[in-house]
Design a protein around this ligand. Structure first.
Ligand code: 3HC
Length: 285
């Protein structure tokens, strides 16, 4: 199924612009769908900066960068964007109602053969697939931040996902230079089921006065060789995203071990969401 050539990426935020970046640099035509000209420009600007970073590191040439940028076509109209693509990767914020609305529109206007993939970090693939009339062509394609750097694509099979669709997404992930790893649909899949309780426990250490944020992170960096400590990583991912995922785990398993730490809830309420707001467990310029 290597006949996927045209791709639409819906959402140009942190994950969406990274996903568009890796498709474009791997030779795919990409439509990057955003809701306003400003947001589309912001996404393209970020992609340009990250491609320049790769040129500086001599991973790609200036020509590769220019060609990749030319392959990305910004689109403000979702219906138009999906009408002739082979694959749609959705990367909008983690709200079921928003994704439901978007997938209903995509399903109506995308060609029959088009595979619909979601980059959701925890919402049920089966539940999202049920919004469409093609649950057999619906799949989870979960990238990791920063997308141009992280090797993993978690490939998640919904209840009805066809074997040929799994195979196509595995092949395309490899073409992007990524390593696909398969998981079945379950709250948090594998990645966030393991990662988020660790982050939550690190927050409890601060909440209960066991250690300061820097000390918690130093323990995990120096003792366990994590590239970022769990609190730095929580800020990087976004504390709102961490809370959303923990709530999905808590609701999905009905198990108190996933209860989000009250300090995390308080920080989200205060608008301290990490890197994107300039402050979380640490401060950023
Ligand atoms: N685009 C392109 N290249 C980038 C980049 C980007 N956005 N960000 C970093 N890089 C490159 C740098 O150019 C550098 O390249 P080099 O190896 O050739 O020198 C390399 O990545 C490392 O970057 P830096 O030297 O600037 O910084 P670090 O060595 O501190 O690494 C990091 C940064 C790669 C982010 C590292 O700290 C790391 O791996 N952190 C953990 C990230 C992680 O766990 N991500 C998963 C989050 S969970 C998730 O996304 C799932 C969701 O569902 C919640």
């Amino acid at each position: 199924m290597s006949d996927i050539k045209k791709v639409a990426v819906v959402g140009g935020g942190t994950m969406g612009n990274g996903i568009a970046h890796v498709f474009a640099i791997s030779g795919f035509q990409v439509k990057l769908v955003e809701t306003s000209r400003e947001l589309a420009d912001k996404a393209l600007n970020t992609i340009g900066k990250n491609l320049t970073r790769m040129v500086t590191k001599e991973k790609i040439s200036e020509k590769d960068k220019e060609e990749a940028l030319l392959r990305i076509q910004p689109e403000l109209n979702l219906t138009e964007a999906v009408k002739d693509v082979d694959l749609v990767v959705e990367a909008v914020p983690e709200h079921f109602k928003l994704k439901k609305k978007i997938f209903a529109e995509i399903d109506e206007h995308a060609p029959e053969h088009t595979i619909l993939a979601t980059n959701t970090s925890s919402i049920s693939i089966t539940k999202l697939a049920a919004v469409t009339d093609r649950s057999n062509r619906f799949i989870g394609m979960h990238f990791f931040n920063p997308v141009p750097v992280m090797k993993l694509v978690e490939v998640i099979r919904g209840l009805d996902t066809g074997d040929e669709v799994i195979q196509a997404i595995i092949e395309i992930s490899e073409k992007l230079g990524k390593v696909p790893v398969q998981a079945n649909d379950s709250p948090g899949f594998v990645s966030n089921r393991v990662l988020m309780p660790m982050i939550n426990e690190a927050i409890y250490c601060v909440y209960e006065g066991v250690a300061e944020p820097k000390a918690v992170d130093d323990v995990m960096k120096l003792g366990m060789a994590h590239p970022m400590g769990p609190l730095r990583l929580a800020d990087f991912v976004g504390l709102d995203v961490c809370l959303d995922v923990l709530n999905v785990l808590y609701d999905g398993f009905k198990d108190p071990k996933y209860r989000p730490c009250p300090l995390l809830v308080k920080m989200v309420d205060a608008g301290k969401l990490g890197d994107k707001t300039g402050e979380g467990f640490f401060k950023y310029d």
